[in-house]
Design a protein around this ligand. Structure first.
Ligand SMILES: Nc1ncnc2c1ncn2[C@@H]1O[C@H](COP(=O)(O)OP(=O)(O)OP(=O)(O)O)[C@@H](O)[C@H]1O
Ligand SMILES: [Mg+2]
Length: 281
C-alpha cells in the first residue's frame, strides 16, 4: 500500500502511558443534553474515555444509546453540555466554533454512513477539496496518493454514480485521510454496504491502522465487524457499560463470517469477559 504518512502523526501535549503511547482522546465526565421544548433529552450521561494513539476502536450499543452524539463531540462537530475533552493534549471543550473548525480540519478525518460525496464531482476532486480549505501545495498529487492508498488509483475521474457503494466509501476515506489527521472517526461506515464491500472497507481501516499507525474509532451495529478491531466500547443510555480489548482481532478478508449464533457467543465472550471461557455463562 502507498505510504501517505511519512512520520508520526504529530501528537503533542498529551501525556504518554507506560508503553510511551499518548492519549489522542481523553474525555472526562462528558454529558450532552438536548432541549426539545420542555423536554430534556440526556443523550450522554457522564462518559469518561481514553483512546491511545494507534488504537483501533469500535463503539457499539443500541439505537439511541448516544453513539453518534459521542462521535460528533469526538469529531469536534458538536460541543458537550459539560465535561472536558482533551484532543491530543489540547482542551477543546471550551473552544469557539472557528477554533474548533481549525482543529477539526487539521486533526480529524470524518467518514459518514452515507458517504457524503458531492454528486457531480469526480473522485480526485472530492479528495482535493479538504486541501483547498487547508491550503498548501501539491494538492492533486496528494489527492492521487490518497486515492491510490485506498486502491482507487484507476478511478480518479469517476463520479459517485459511476462507483460501487464500497468504492464511494473508499473515496470518502481517502478524503478523510488526505489532510493527514491524527485520527479517523467513522459513524457506521459499513452500515450502507453489503458484507463484501464492508470487509473491503475494514481492510482499508486495518491497513491504515496497522501500517501507518493511524488511530481509528468507529461505530458499528455489526458484532462481526467489531471483532476486526482491537477494542470494543459499549454504550447504553448515554453511558459506557463495557470497554474491552478484543482477544484476537480478526484480519479482514481472512475469516469466514460465522453463523449468527456463533457470532453472538464469540462477541459476548470477547467483549464482556476478555475471551475467558470459564467466566462465560
Ligand atoms: N439534535 C438532537 N436533538 C434532540 N435530541 C437528539 C438530537 N440528536 C440526538 N438526540 C437524542 O439523543 C439520543 C442519542 O442519539 P444518538 O443519535 O447519539 O444515538 P445513536 O446511538 O447514534 O443511535 P443510532 O444507532 O440509531 O444511530 C437519542 O435519544 C436521540 O433521540
Ligand atoms: Mg447514530
Amino acid at each position: 500500500m502507498f505510504r501517505l504518512f511519512k512520520g508520526k502523526n504529530g501528537t503533542n501535549g498529551a501525556q504518554a502511558d507506560d508503553a510511551g503511547r499518548k492519549a489522542v482522546i481523553d474525555i472526562r465526565g462528558i454529558t450532552k443534553m438536548y432541549r426539545m421544548g420542555d423536554i430534556e433529552v440526556h443523550a450522554l450521561r457522564g462518559v469518561d474515555l481514553e483512546i491511545l494513539e494507534g488504537e483501533f476502536v469500535s463503539i457499539m450499543g443500541p439505537s439511541g444509546s448516544g453513539k453518534s452524539t459521542l462521535m460528533n463531540i469526538l469529531g469536534c462537530l458538536d460541543q458537550p453540555s459539560s465535561g472536558e475533552y482533551y484532543l491530543d493534549g489540547v482542551n477543546v471543550s471550551k473552544l469557539s466554533e472557528s477554533d474548533l473548525a481549525g482543529i477539526r480540519n487539521r486533526k480529524i478525518g470524518f467518514v459518514f454512513q452515507n458517504f457524503n460525496l458531492l454528486k457531480r464531482t469526480t473522485a480526485l476532486r472530492q479528495v482535493e477539496l479538504p486541501l483547498i480549505y487547508a491550503g498548501g501545495d501539491g494538492r492533486t498529487k496528494r489527492a492521487k496518493a490518497a486515492l491510490e492508498s485506498v486502491g482507487l488509483g484507476n478511478r480518479l475521474d469517476h463520479l459517485p454514480s459511476e462507483l460501487s457503494g464500497g468504492q464511494q466509501q473508499r473515496v470518502a476515506i481517502a478524503r478523510a485521510l488526505v489532510t493527514e489527521p491524527a485520527m479517523i472517526l467513522a459513524d457506521e461506515p459499513t452500515g450502507n454496504l453489503d458484507s463484501r464491500s464492508g470487509i473491503e472497507v475494514m481492510q482499508i481501516f486495518q491497513q491504515l491502522n496497522r501500517e501507518q499507525g493511524i488511530t481509528v474509532v468507529f461505530v458499528t451495529h455489526d458484532p462481526w465487524i467489531a471483532r476486526h478491531t482491537n477494542r470494543v466500547i459499549m454504550l447504553r443510555d448515554g453511558k459506557v457499560i463495557a470497554d474491552r480489548l478484543v482477544a484476537q482481532p480478526l484480519v479482514a478478508g481472512e475469516a469466514e463470517r460465522p453463523s449468527e449464533a456463533d457470532e453472538m457467543q464469540t462477541i459476548f465472550q470477547d467483549v464482556y469477559y476478555g475471551g475467558e471461557k470459564e467466566e462465560y455463562n
